[in-house]
Design a protein around this ligand. Structure first.
Ligand code: SAJ
Length: 444
């Protein structure tokens, strides 16, 4: 199949890198987004998201004329849907007393409907948005067939999950293995040919529902693994063990790979995707549900730790380092750090947040500091929430005179405890009960 023109619907963290990578490989790409701000920003030659290397690729794609943008799709050989699939904030499903989140598929539905007038015989349509199992066959296909054309006969239809890691999107887009699920083997083959334009990793053909399930299984496995790490952190505190040491020793076993505990699981993938299984089969997913509960409970565990150290939080001043959902990204979506800050405020604390990746953030009820120094100056305690490289390399000797705080809680095992303690700080770590460990050691 020849691909001269591709229409990419949704110019976010996945759609924009994908569109500009196709454009960089000589294909004419029309990037479509319903948000006028996104279109305007790109038309002015700028970008609206932070991803290493993306600006350069987008700029040259726009300059070459291979990438153009528009609020509406046009006729093309390929339509690629990469719109968000969040969950509804206000409505829940319920099964056996367990409340679960519901996927908001409105963006997929309206993107598919927008393609409808442009769909022609011989086209290829690919859904990339992470979706509940059977979305391609039960939601996308019937909408497209309203055109009078038959999926798998008149046009090809595929599901191909994106698997890239925020922060490394451009490299992983090209290097990672790619699963392409077709509603027929011919559709899968067409999808394979499309991604072969730039993918250097293996491209594996399967059916559409398997491809959907593969994506959800990957992220759900990670969520369950992090949940057990978080549960281990609670057990370690109870038993006077350093969870970080215990995990690193357990991981010396050749077939064990426990992930890291932390203030919780955020982002738009790992904390969202497991719900797509729970929603579509609540009777079959008690473990997946429970893992979500554990990870969602972790911000509370952090706040309990702060209370153990400071006592009542009323009128206490806390400097929170980091607000992003994970290290070295500017993305605040579903960030557990944000929840920790809100919970601390509820307990009466005044919290100042230093997030160097989001200097312009304007978040309701959150006091963003303009520098590290201004965040820590009057603080009673420093709370280290996100393992940004910029934080792990802070030199305690340089900041000890700039803050009132003598206590720091490290939720991500990102600090050199000895170095900080040598500079007059008491360091507590999540998953480590310092007091209990000291008591036990004095008994040895
Ligand atoms: N986290 C922990 N402990 C860990 C690892 C992560 O608490 O040991 C937390 C992070 O701090 C963060 C959350 O989990 O809050 C998710 O971070 P992540 O790095 O695990 O995942 P994402 O959401 O940035 O990217 C994931 C990736 N999926 C997998 O690694 C299986 C990526 O490959 C996917 O493309 C992406 O989800 C996606 O779009 O689905």
């Amino acid at each position: 199949m020849k691909f001269q023109k591709i229409c990419v619907l949704g110019l976010g963290y996945i759609g924009l890198p994908t569109a500009s990578t196709f454009a960089a490989h000589g294909i004419k790409v029309l990037g479509v987004d319903t948000n006028p701000h996104v279109i305007e920003t790109l038309q002015n030659g700028s970008i609206h998201i932070h991803e290493p290397g993306l600006r350069t690729v987008v700029e040259s794609a726009l300059d070459s004329g291979n990438l153009t943008v528009s609020p509406r799709p046009e006729e093309a050989d390929v339509f690629l849907i990469a719109v968000p699939t969040p969950f509804y904030e206000d409505s829940h499903g319920e099964y056996d007393g367990r409340k679960y989140r519901l996927a908001d598929m409105r963006a997929v539905t309206s993107a598919t409907e927008a393609i409808l007038p442009c769909l022609r015989k011989g086209n290829l349509v690919v859904l990339e948005s992470t979706s509940p199992p059977r979305t391609t066959v039960d939601l996308v296909k019937p909408i497209l067939e309203r055109s009078g054309l038959k999926a798998g006969i008149d046009f090809h239809l595929c599901y191909s999950p994106e698997r890239v890691l925020p922060g490394q999107i451009l490299r992983e887009l090209i290097e990672n293995a790619r699963v392409v699920g077709g509603i027929t083997p011919e559709s899968a083959k067409a999808g394979h040919d499309l991604y072969a334009t730039f993918v250097k990793g293996e491209i594996i053909e399967t059916d559409a529902t398997t491809a959907e399930m593969v994506k959800l299984m990957e992220n759900t496995t990670r969520d369950v693994n992090i949940a057990i790490a978080n549960e281990f952190s609670r057990l370690a505190e109870k038993f006077g063990v350093d969870v970080w040491e215990a995990i690193s020793l357990a991981n010396r076993h050749p077939r064990i790979n426990i992930l890291s505990p932390g203030p919780g699981v955020g982002g738009h993938c790992i904390s969202v995707d497991p719900w797509f299984f729970v929603e579509t089969a609540p009777e079959l997913t008690p473990l997946i549900y429970q893992a979500r509960q554990v990870n969602d409970g972790q911000p509370h565990f952090v706040v309990e730790k702060v209370k153990q150290v400071l006592g009542s939080l009323k009128d206490k001043k806390i400097a929170a380092l980091g607000l992003a959902y994970k290290p070295d990204v500017d993305d605040l979506r579903e960030s557990p750090a944000t929840q920790v800050v809100h919970l601390l405020q509820k307990e009466g604390a005044t919290v100042k947040v230093w997030e160097p990746f989001k200097l312009d953030a304007n978040i309701q009820d959150i006091d963003m500091a303009t520098s590290l120094d201004s965040a820590i100056q009057d603080a009673d305690l420093i709370l280290f929430l996100v393992k940004h490289t910029e934080f792990t390399t802070i030199k305690p000797e340089e900041i000890s005179s700039k803050t009132r705080a003598r206590v720091i809680i490290d939720c991500v095992n990102g600090l050199n405890t000895i170095q900080w303690e040598n500079n007059g700080f008491t360091v507590y770590r999540l998953g480590v009960n310092n007091l209990k460990i000291a008591n036990q050691q004095s008994q040895i």
